[in-house]
Structure formats: C-alpha cells, structure tokens
Design a protein around this ligand. Sequence first.
Ligand SMILES: [Zn+2]
Length: 362
Amino acid sequence: MIDDHAHPFNLAGGPLDPAALSLDIGTEPGAEDRRRSLGPGRLFQELLTVRLAEYLGCEPAEVPQARARASAEWEPYVGGLFRNAAITGIVMDPAWPPGAAENLERYAELAGCLVHPILRLEPIVDRLIDEGAGVAEIVDAVGRAMGEAASRGWVGFKTILAYRTGLAVNPDVTRQEAETSLRSDVPVRRRGKACRDLVLREALAMAADIGLPFQIHTGMGDSEIRLGESNPLQLEELLHSPAGAAGRIVLIHGSYPWTDELAYLAAARPNVWADLSLCNIFSPLTTANRLLRLVDLAPTSRILLATDGSQEPELFWFAAVVLRDAWEQARSTLAAAGARASWLDEVEVAIFEGNARTLYGL
Ligand SMILES: [Zn+2]
C-alpha cells in the first residue's frame, strides 16, 4: 500500500514502551504515570502487544525486551516491519520532530520504500506570528515555501489549523480583519484566527495553481486539539468558496468521529478526498465499520488509506495490518450485498494504492 499520511519515526531501536504511544501527550507532573497505568487497559495496546508478540515469536509479556533484541540491527528490523505491512511508499509530513526533514533519505532507507514529503504550513505561520510579522509577510513566506517545496519535488501541502484556531474558516475574511487578529496576547497557537483563515485561503489557491493536493487535519488528534473545532463540516463555507473549490483537498484521519460527514463531503464536493488514518491505531476495532461507511457513500476513487504512523515503526505496521483486516471484513460484507469480485478487486487496488498514486502523482 501507499501510506498517504504519516510522519517520521525513530532512527534507533531499543525497548518498546507502548504506554508512551498515546493520544494523551500531557507533560505535567504525573502524566507519564497516568499513561503507564492506563496503557494496559487500552485495546490498542492489547492488540499491538499480542500482534507484535506473534511477529517477534515471543510471549506478550516479553515484547518490550524481545523488541529491544530484535531492533539491535535497526535497519533490517524496520525494513522487515514495512515489508510485512506491504507498505511500498509513504507520503510523509516531516514537520515533527524538529530537523526530521533533513533525514528523509534515511527514513526511505530504513523503511525500504520511497518517501514523498509534504509541507506543513504552521511551522512557518507560527514562527512569523510569534515574531510579530504582518499578514503580507506571512502570506509571502508561506507562498515562497510552497513554491520551493514544489520545486524540490515535494508532493503536497498540509495544514493543522484544527490544532490552532479551528476549521470554521471564514473564506471572505479581509486583510484588515487578519491584521487586527494578530494584535492579541493569547498564546501563538490560538492567535490570529482571521490571519490563519486568510493564509489558508491563499495557500489553497496557490496549491491549485501549482497542481498539488492539500491535506487538512480533521477529526481526532492528540490531546492538544479541541476536537469540537475539527469537525469537517466546519469547512463547508471554505469548500463552497472559489479558493476552497479550486484544488484537490484531502481530509485526513477519517475525520474521526465524523466518518459519515467525511463520506458525504467526498461524495458531494467536486474536490474532496477522504483519508482513513490514525483512528485505525487508536480505535482499531471500529476501522472496518468506518471503511464500510466510506465505501457505502463516497466514490471509491476518492478514498485513501494511511497509517498516520509516527514515533515507532510498529505504529505504521500495526495501522497497516488493521487496515488489511478491516478491508477483508468490509469486502465480505460488500460481497454479501452483491458487489462483484471484479469490482471489489478494483476498489481494493484503488484505495490501497492507485488513488494515492494518481492524487500525488507518484
Ligand atoms: Zn498526522
């Protein structure tokens, strides 16, 4: 499969700490103890542990140490996981951790497949807002970076506006409103809603001119997000505007929990793609149901599958394995409903690989 949305992973092995792989990323005193005590009671950790034990040939209780031994030779270990998961390409947002974009070749070597980077806008926007820049300067800097990324062969763009001022973007925002929004004392990540709306409008128009797709974070994310501000329906005004209708937009993470809303947007809007990722890690058992609901309504040429893997390569592996299982379940339901095997074969190739190849020009 082409993993159409993922992040960098660790460049060295060691013992695996599944409790640290959490949507709860709090750093206050006691946060680590909380994750450690809640971890074993999460279905994600249970299934990851059991499946990894099977893969490593050990008992579930032995996974952390067996993994430490197996990962002493990091490159073959990581390559084995990606091969086993049948991941043949990664569309990667390398904005985190800092400096990761310098290591793109290393990620490709380790994973044993091509890595296609995309550019996230917020590191540029946040830095300039923090430095007191004006709207024109921010729009220029973002435009320049997008042009440079495209000329380096990067395959798309991405915004995590849901983590900042939310997805209720006003497509008619004025320069004056944008400037005014920057004059505020709230923390940078919550500052400048009108400016951020304007930057996204301009960036979408530019992506359409360049001809590269644009990923928009929707739905669940780590504990920094206001989930209520990440409902994809909040994007409707933008999607009905000239800039929002111009280019190809990918709404990522299955918009969890708004899967039906996502399916509707992919079905009704001329330029929206639906990516199912992240929730396959943290809500693995509902993945088959979500995939079925996407296939039930959205054109299957608009559906993309991904891992949203980060940190540990096992997350990519686990998310991909969950997707395979989910598709097998969805497939048998679709076959029982009367869909022909030839149609299902075509859909399978499209959602796991073909659609991403076409969309990102891979
Ligand atoms: Zn992500």
